[in-house]
Design a protein around this ligand. Sequence first.
Ligand SMILES: Nc1ncnc2c1ncn2[C@@H]1O[C@H](COP(=O)(O)OP(=O)(O)OP(=O)(O)O)[C@@H](O)[C@H]1O
Ligand SMILES: [Mg+2]
Length: 266
Amino acid sequence: MSLIEVKNLAVAFNGETIIENISFVINSGEYIALIGANGSGKSTLAKAISDLEAYQGEIFINDGLITKHNANLIRNQVGIVFQNPDNQFVGVTVENDIAFGLENKNTPRDQMIKTINDILTELGMSSLKDKEPQHLSGGQKQKVAIASILVMKPNLIIFDEATSMLDEKSKNEIHAAIKRIRQHRPELSIIFITHNLEELTSEITRVIYLDNKTIKFDGTKDEVYQQLLLLEPKKVRIPLLDEIRLSHHLQHQEAEGLIEELWESL
Ligand SMILES: Nc1ncnc2c1ncn2[C@@H]1O[C@H](COP(=O)(O)OP(=O)(O)OP(=O)(O)O)[C@@H](O)[C@H]1O
Ligand SMILES: [Mg+2]
């Protein structure tokens, strides 16, 4: 089912067009990677569909057109996790932070406590409940940000370079958390913005590539990688394993084997 539809979206700053001719549909349950060079407009697109910052064109949610009168419809359904975890805390403890949005919705206290406990258990963070967010590791901070969004029951979560400042271990923890979150919420859609294609896990159901102010490729990971290999070999470096797999028509394991052989022969 279509969750969000964007038709002919454009954003300009001070008269300069940043993105234009953007049209796509996000279906429930999709896990989309949004990729493109630095400055290609990924964050601008994310802000247009989450905060509804000034844009031209049409955005529909559940088939209803967003206007300035019903903009809360989208704000309530879309959450965004940013690159720098330190900028997104509002509470003095992890529990307070997650409670913030629920308090604004006047959630009864018992229900609020249960919701917070459940989300902390789900994300494996129960022991951090009374800690100050500032004192957590980068990965834990991002998980608190994710928890604060999830308790608001969004239909779409956008991760805007949310793992780029994290070390390898924390990156993997976030990917594991996303996997678990999706298993528990098959309807939830996710947009994962990154410039590091090594982070496109096998869970990703679709890849959107932004270039030259607009969507250039949109398809499965293999479809988009094939097009990138064919048409943009200099511009975008796809992971070696995928390059070997796709250009030699191999299965994942066969490509891994080939890389191992290559290493051994060196
Ligand atoms: N508030 C703003 N005012 C003016 N120009 C802006 C503003 N925000 C972004 N831009 C410009 O819009 C273009 C796209 O920026 P954007 O941040 O959306 O790209 P991005 O793909 O997210 O890049 P990155 O990979 O570095 O995060 C850039 O040229 C940037 O300088
Ligand atoms: Mg960005």
